[in-house]
Design a binder for this molecule. Structure first.
Ligand SMILES: CC(C)(COP(=O)(O)OP(=O)(O)OC[C@H]1O[C@@H](n2cnc3c(N)ncnc32)[C@H](O)[C@@H]1OP(=O)(O)O)[C@@H](O)C(=O)NCCC(=O)NCCS
Length: 159
């Protein structure tokens, strides 16, 4: 499968929002106690023909760039890595020194992926998902492998 990485412009935003909503139960995402509407965030999509096969959103503050959501819909084809690399380039252009993100404790696959990509664990936010659920009650109680979703693991990469 071939794909190209594109900034999420108005032309493709609604197709991407549909995928976000299917995967995360709404267009809203929560990280570190902050609720964000992906429909208003900058991001990139991996497009195969006219179909999004992956997307990433990010938020820049204080010379840091947070990846607020990343998903590859066709795994092990390089889409996840290509999307992070697109954010790294955007972060550099905006004068950022650090790209960071959180993922939940159940997401063993993502925890592996980020470390294989070269990111380092910075900290674990214990029981942070209690506050996240107050903002987004749709967040399930258990995740991958029926592991209770309780904590956020923070990963970072200096660029
Ligand atoms: C975690 C996630 C983003 C990874 O995306 P991905 O598209 O599979 O990532 P990549 O293809 O770039 O890399 C994954 C692996 O495939 C390998 N790979 C890349 N291209 C490949 C190819 N053409 N053939 C075979 N393997 C390939 C990579 O080297 C990497 O291997 P490694 O893990 O042993 O280092 C994806 O699994 C996902 O969306 N998960 C669900 C949502 C999620 O958990 N998001 C993150 C939470 S914040």
């Amino acid at each position: 499968m071939t794909f190209i990485i594109k900034p999420i412009t108005s032309e493709i935003r609604s197709a991407v929002t549909e995928k976000v909503t299917e995967s995360w139960r709404s267009p809203y995402v929560v990280s570190m106690g902050v609720l964000r509407d992906t429909r208003e965030q900058p991001g990139f999509a991996a497009m195969a023909e006219k179909e999004p096969v992956g997307y990433v959103f990010y938020s820049i503050a204080d010379n840091d760039c947070e990846i607020t959501v990343l998903e590859s819909l066709v795994e092990r084809r390089g889409i996840g890595g290509a999307l992070i690399n697109a954010v790294i380039e955007a972060a550099k252009e905006n004068g950022c020194r650090r790209v960071w993100l959180v993922t939940t404790n159940d997401n063993i696959h993502a925890i592996r992926f980020y470390q294989r990509f070269g990111m380092s664990l910075r900290t674990v936010h214990i029981n942070s998902m209690d506050a996240a659920r107050k903002l987004k009650p749709e967040i399930p109680l258990t995740g991958d492998n029926d592991i209770p979703i309780a904590h956020e693991f923070e990963f970072e990469l200096y660029i």
